[in-house]
Design a protein around this ligand. Sequence first.
Ligand code: ATP
Ligand code: MG
Length: 274
Amino acid sequence: MNCKVIAIENQKGGTGKSTTALNLGVGLKMKGKKVLLIDADPQGSLSISLGIKRPDELDISLATLMSKVIDNKPFNDDYGIIHCNEGIDLMPCNVELSGIESYLFTVMSRECIMRTYVNQIKKNYDYILIDCTPSLGLLPINAFVAADSIIVPSQPRILSTKGLDLLLRTYSQVKRGINPDLKIDGILFTMVDARTVNDRSVIESMRETFGMKINVFDTFIPASVRVTEANMEGKSIFAYDGKCKVANAYKNLTKEVLDIAAREKARFRDDGSR
Ligand SMILES: Nc1ncnc2c1ncn2[C@@H]1O[C@H](COP(=O)(O)OP(=O)(O)OP(=O)(O)O)[C@@H](O)[C@H]1O
Ligand SMILES: [Mg+2]
């Protein structure tokens, strides 16, 4: 299986990262893809939104697997993976991961621990989505090292050029140093109120400023209480209300993500046949 690994990151909190990981993951599953979501945020919000009520009580989580990699201990591919209701797999996370993050500073190859885990299991999946924590610390850096690409969910009102520059700097450092093939799939606008002139004008000016350098997804995710309601029920937007405008938007995003992967594959084939 040719797996694509996507890190979903914005160092700003509450921009729709976990919501996007969940709904893009289920969107890809609905297109017949085998999907693993990795919750890489000690808050465990992705695990909670998949119906795990108390992630802190889990015996096995991403922290366990990263410890095994650090200690060079073997593990089975499916160790700790939870098969969720909607047909996707989850490597859950809890507060123990913050302990691992501090410990990583003392470890050899500290940026590459998550990659070692992901590389062992990626043969079993078409897509692995990593839901990152809102920081630019060692955990998101581990995710960037493990990933093929990054998606950056942002609210138009609060996306600052400075914030994006910081994220791009970390991206460039990882690309230069450890993962030369890393790409940015795009900026995804979330929680958009299309009625406000402000949201619309920010999206347009971002397209003008960054459009040449970074893809801005054509799809944007509208703001809707449906998202919070679905979260509280531990369901994706598709299972909660498959006909609402947010479900439609995540369906369109899924198509854009699949198109990017198809274009990359075609380019790879062309390069190979030259
Ligand atoms: N399209 C949307 N419309 C309305 N509310 C939304 C939308 N997307 C996400 N939310 C809500 O906004 C809050 C933050 O979303 P989410 O948890 O996905 O962000 P995050 O970037 O993962 O946050 P963190 O940085 O804390 O990890 C949640 O309460 C979620 O239900
Ligand atoms: Mg989150």
